[in-house]
Design a protein around this ligand. Sequence first.
Ligand code: DX5
Ligand code: ZN
Length: 223
Amino acid sequence: MIIAPSLLAANFGRFAKETARVAESGAEWLHLDIMDGHFVPNSSFGPHLVGTIRPISKIFFDVHLMCSKPEILLEPFAQAGADQINIHVELGDHVTPLLWKIRSLGKKAGLAINPPTSINMVQPYLDKIDSLLIMTVNPGFGGQEFIHETLPKIQQAYAWRRELKLNYRIGVDGGINFKTAAECAHAGADAFIAGTSIFKAHSLRAAVTKMRKIVCGNKPSEK
Ligand code: DX5
Ligand code: ZN
């Protein structure tokens, strides 16, 4: 089980300190939300910021590109120190070459899917990815309400993984708190991206530990 605090919910005036706080919290990944003001109606930060915080810790950097033209960003983020790069399945014909490019840069490849997009859209790529990122809110902003209608997608991704004997991670991103994390874990998720719920906690370390305990206690019953 992976707990991945999202830096989008951190104090933007203290990126270095917030990164160190996540690294010391016991979280496995740091999730980095990259928004281009086009694919989503917001912008966040870019490869320069990621490269600046990279020396602070060896924690796994999970980069989520909510961008219309990720092809121009793959090399910059690879050089900045990303460990995994997620692109969106909504990019259609571009998905296969993008996944191939991420792998050729020596990085893990992730595929993200928005709430309105059918889970069937990711099926052709399942044997080409390290991680499937199921968006549980419409991307663009932190602090949104979890969309419960996404739960069957997690169950389907979990069923396919067993049937096809694959081992991609199943991540969930958006509106993840202690309650919704339990529901997602029960449906088969094993990577939990959480911004607001983790950063608003008094102790980040305690929040990460509590979330891990909850998701470990709510794994799907089937073997
Ligand atoms: C949504 C982002 C998420 C977001 C999660 O656009 O991809 O990673 O930061 O934040 P919370 O946990 O606040 O919904
Ligand atoms: Zn994200």
